[in-house]
Structure formats: C-alpha cells, structure tokens
Design a protein around this ligand. Structure first.
Ligand code: 5GP
Ligand code: MG
Length: 181
C-alpha cells in the first residue's frame, strides 16, 4: 500500500464501515417509506460515504451535490456559510437528506440547515458518517450518525488532509511525521 508509513493506525475498517452503513440505511429506509428524498451529497468529503449509503438504501432517491464551508470563527452559533456549489432544483415541499462526512464544531451543518430551511422543504434530515460531539459549538445534531469518534483528526474514506488520503477505504489517523514534513 502506497500510504503505509503515513498512516498511524486504522480507526474504523472497511468491514465496520459497511456493516454500520447497512444498519443506518435500514433506519433511513424505515423513516422514508413511501417517499423519494433528494439526497444532497456535500462535496468533497462525503462522496465515498454517499456512494455506499445510497446503494445500501432501498429507498429510491435523486442525487444532488453541494460544496459548502463555514468561515469566521464565530463565538455565536451563527457561523457564516460559503456556498461554492449550490443545487439548481427547487426543494420546496421535498424531503431532503443531507449526507455529510463529519460534524466537528457543527458550524457548517448548522448554517447549511438554516439556509436550506428558508427554501421550505417538507423535511430536512442529516446523516453523517462521523461525529465528534466533544467538539460541538453550534447546536446541531445529525438524525443519523454512523460513528461517534474522539477529538482526533481523521482521514480516509473521503476525508482528506491537504486533499490527500480521500481514496483510502478505511478511516484512519495520520502519522505525526506527515504534519511535521
Ligand atoms: P464543522 O463546521 O463541523 O467544524 O466542520 C466540518 C468540516 O470540517 C468537515 O466537513 C470536514 O471538512 C472538516 N473536518 C472536521 N474534522 C475533521 C477531521 O477529523 N478530518 C478531516 N479530514 N476533516 C475534518
Ligand atoms: Mg468537509
């Protein structure tokens, strides 16, 4: 493996990820019975998770992409949202499922949720692969969480460090040597 030496350890392996996504997909299917939600995949980090999740779900969906980030170290819960790619379709009256890679401070998801609410969807749910509850500043909780993790910087399975490691099939912790170089 090309990255060996750069990865300190595997935190969540492929098998654990697949099994947990299967469980969460079942919950979402149960909650979405009779509906066809619009899945919004938040680029780039959620791409791998979203691809696996929608295939594990039995519910038919349509797929959209957004690219967002929060900025401004706000001490309040009103982090500013920067949207570099938006959806074109009208979501009024539609059921929305936001697919996120990780919720950390919560600024991004809080601000995104508030912004999408103004477009008056019928429902708005969040599914996240990872959650770091200890780091939360903005009051946001995912409706579905695959894994809660400690306050550690993770990479792999879509998540990057300086745009690298997204292609790893597992979630891992980087070696210190990577940051120090
Ligand atoms: P929040 O607005 O919740 O603080 O930030 C969420 C975003 O920060 C995520 O979408 C992700 O891009 C980035 N992020 C937070 N924690 C991590 C982490 O441990 N690893 C990586 N690769 N990105 C993270
Ligand atoms: Mg991100």
């Amino acid at each position: 493996m090309e990255y060996s030496g750069e990865i300190e350890r595997v935190l969540i392996d492929e098998k654990q990820i697949a099994q947990r996504i299967g469980e969460v997909a079942k919950q979402i299917d149960a909650d979405c019975a009779g509906k066809m939600p619009i899945v919004i995949c938040i680029l780039k980090g959620s791409l791998v998770f979203c691809a696996d999740l929608i295939r594990a779900m039995k519910t038919p969906v349509t797929l959209e992409f957004m690219k967002v980030s929060s900025y401004g170290a706000s001490t309040t819960s009103s982090g500013k949202l920067s949207v570099s790619l938006d959806i074109l379709s009208n979501i009024e009256g539609k059921d929305i499922l936001i697919v996120e890679d990780i919720i950390d401070s919560g600024h991004t998801m809080y601000a995104l949720k508030e912004m999408l609410k103004t477009r008056r969807p019928a429902s708005l749910r969040i599914v996240t692969l990872l959650d770091k509850p200890a780091r939360r500043v903005s009051p946001v909780t995912a409706d579905y969480t695959c894994f809660e993790i400690e306050d550690e910087f993770v990479i792999g399975y879509g998540l990057d460090y300086a745009e690298r490691y997204r292609d790893l099939p597992y979630v891992g912790i980087l070696s210190r040597s990577v940051y120090e170089n």
